[in-house]
Structure formats: C-alpha cells, structure tokens
Design a protein around this ligand. Sequence first.
Ligand code: 1CP
Length: 345
Amino acid sequence: MSASAHKPLLATVLGQRQARPPIWIMRQAGRYLPEYRAVRARSNGFLHLCYTPDLAVEVSLQPLRRFDLDAAILFSDILVIPDALGQSVRFEGGEGPILEPITPQTLGLLRPERVLEHLAPVLETVRRLRATLAPDKTLIGFSGSPWTVASYMIGGKGSPDQAAARLFALRHPEAFQTLMDMLVDASVAYLVAQLLAGADVVQLFESWALNLDEVAFARQVIEPNRRIVEGVRARVPKAPIIGFPRGAAGNIAAYVAATGVNAVGLDYATPLGFAAAQVPLAMPVQGNLDPLRLVAGGAQMEARVSQIIAAFADRPHIFNLGHGIVPETPIEHVARLVELVKRGV
Ligand code: 1CP
C-alpha cells in the first residue's frame, strides 16, 4: 500500500468524506469498450487474458484513459480461484463461465496448496499496475466471496436462484463446510498477496447474497466474509476492505455489523433511505445506480444520480453502479455519468 499521495477513493474507504464522491464502475474494464473487445479477440481465451500481465495491465488501464475515474480495478475474474484449485473452468465466446460441477466425492481432488503459484501472473499484473498508475488513483484488488464462488463451483454455471448450491449446503453440510473453509483460506492468501503486491483496497464480491434465509445468510455469507476480513487483517493490519453483498436486503445491518468491512457496496434495489438507516453513519457506502439507467441515459439517469448523491451527502460515499456495467452501455453515457459525479451534482 502506498500512503504517499492523496487518493480520494482510498481515503473514502477509510472513512473520510470527500467534497464530491469519488467514482469507479463495477466491471469497468470489459465488453462495452471496443478496445477491450479488440484485446480479447487477440487473446487466446478469457483466462489467458487474466494470466497474461501485459494484456491484463492494458485492459485494466483502458477505462482510465477514456474517463476520469478514481480507481483502476485489477483485471481478472472471481473464477480464477476454482481454476487455481484445479477445477475445470471454461469461458466460451460471450457466454458465462462453465465449470465441471464439484460433488462431495470430487472435493478431495481440489489442490489448495497450488493456488498462489497458479495465480502468480495475476499478482504480477497488480505489481505492474501499481508501478504505472498515477499517484492519485486507487488500485482495487478483489476476490469472489466463498458463497458466490462455491455457487459456481457446485452449480457449474451462473444460476438465477443458486438452487444446486443451496441444496448441497443442506444435504451435505460437512462437505459444504470443507469447501467453504478451503475458499476462505485461498481468498485470504490471495487477497494478502494482492495487498502486498500493491493493491490499495480489496473488494469482496458476494454477488449471490440473495435468495438466502437468515440462517443460511449468517452461515454462508456473514461468517466466511468475517473470517476473510479477520484473516487478511492478521497479515495486513488495517487492510482497507469493501464488501459487496448483492441482494443482502434485510440482512445488510447484520452484514456490516459482523464482517468488519470498512465500506459496503449497495445493490441498486436497496432503497436509499433504507441504506442510510441501516448502515451506521460513519461507514462509507458505495453505489448504487441501476446499470440499465446508464444504458438508457438522459434525464432519468441524471435525476437518479442527483438523488443518490443527495441521499449520502452526510457520510463517506463512493459513487458506483449497483451491479456491473453491461456490454450494451453506450460509452457517451459513461462519460456523462463521470462528468456529473465529478461536478458533484
Ligand atoms: O469473454 C469475456 O470477455 C468475458 C467477460 C468477462 C469479463 C470482462 C468475464 C466473464 N469476467 C470479466 C472480468 C471481471 N469479472 C472483472 C474485471 C475487472 C472489472 O471489474 O473491470 C471482475 C471484477 C469480475 C468479477 C465477476 N466475475 C463477478 C462478480 C461481479 C458481478 O458482476 O457480480 C462474477 C459473478 C463473475 C463471473 C463471471 N465472469 C464472466 C462472466 C460473464 C461472469 C458472470 C456469469 C454469470 O452470469 O453468472
């Protein structure tokens, strides 16, 4: 971590409200950019892109060349962990990921001891980004949270309700716990390595925190995220961590109270007043424009941006979308959004 220059986004994660909210955009390096699609077309598959530092650095920096964003996020994916564990993970042209589903019988074939060695190229990308980025830009590293990663490992692909993984947790509680423990340990090691390689902040993507009852939420979301925060801070004291429990809804207060994250990402379905009431005033929030408002653009987007900024005017706030940017987003709309937030409308 470099403490030398003022980084407005890092300062906000650490609890210092800025005169206007800093901004980054979830999935900001990706398919809505023609220059990303060009690099992707030249690469030998998506994972090859993630594991080739020259290319991964290039696509991490592409959005900052176009827009005055306050952070770069490491270009990688949450599914590099299952790949590093030795599970078969494939990304096929424009489709979501396909994994060979884990069963209680195949769990023992995973190889946690090889994770960091396998991910060495990603850590090299972090080092190169650190050396290249302007001093006022925050470098964000990340990992998927265990439940979200487990839901892909068990289901074999993205799923609207994670039924396969929820059933696995209920039918095979011991195997499930073994998998979660493995993912907690791998995530701690990977995030510590990213921080030591130069990431200023790390984000835990819990993209599938929805569809869980409160008992499952406590076991599958809160407890593993809490253990990751604790494990990372045992090695990197005060490591700045953003948690993004997408779909946490009524569980958000318990999540922020128990996990120890510095800042919480809000999905776009979270009402602004509810978030303001549930999240302690000193805690930074991140979010939460609906990505489709950015696709449509115009007056509706501008009005909502103003509402979001006004709702969090009394606390540290990082502007972001409430989930990842989608490929059909017009680039001019992104430019307009960044300009509006920079003006602090
Ligand atoms: O062929 C391609 O170019 C693949 C498209 C793509 C990209 C650009 C994938 C496949 N992953 C990524 C990059 C990525 N993924 C980043 C890079 C940095 C950035 O943000 O700019 C990050 C942070 C992720 C994180 C990620 N991957 C999440 C969590 C965030 C979220 O959106 O919820 C998830 C769920 C994934 C899995 C994944 N990887 C790729 C896709 C299309 C998906 C989603 C699959 C699904 O629908 O379930």
